[in-house]
Ligand binder design. Sequence first.
Ligand code: 5GP
Length: 206
Amino acid sequence: MVEKVYITYNQIHKLCQDAAPRILADFTPTLMIAIGGGGYVPARILRSFLKKPGNPNIPIQAIGLSLYESLPTDSQVETPGTKVTRTQWLDLSSLEMANLIGKNVLIVDEVDDTRTTLEYAVKELQQDVATAARNSGREAEMGSTKFSIFVLHNKDKEKRGVLPKDMIDENRYLAARTVPDVWINYPWEAADIDEHDRLATQQTIQ
Ligand code: 5GP
């Protein structure tokens, strides 16, 4: 059976606080994109710790991605989801996508499991920003558009998704914690938050 771990709001707050200086060491985000729903709360907390005195708050935009399970009908074996679908996206025809051109964009999600979602998010955002740059005659600025990733938890396992080599080489992928291949219960999913917090105090992974 897959082991379950419970993470509290307090722990998430501290993971973001602890990671912020490490993010800022290699990258100064000018915009954040939260992958919904798990990326919303971490993105908001992180923003407080990324803010530099005298600078405005970093804007947060949201996208929604869902990983669909493809279950073979003749087998009891569960296969991880392989197909990502957009439940919410930035509007390519409006300022939303053009807003990303030339920016340092920090993509935030709660967990990197098979990496399928993150691969999809980076590839599609890169592609759509390039289209927006072409459409608005701003191709020259495209080279300075940089994406980085922050997740609370990276599961230490073989990944299905691949991230751009320069992103990894330039330290633009950061996980607050690397954890074994366990199932993580986040507090925003809890039906009983007091019971959730109680279970969290009984375990070792923080
Ligand atoms: P991926 O396999 O693409 O890296 O992860 C896809 C999505 O599956 C994540 O964004 C998250 O919503 C969900 N997921 C994967 N592992 C876990 C987990 O341990 N706990 C929770 N709550 N969601 C998970």
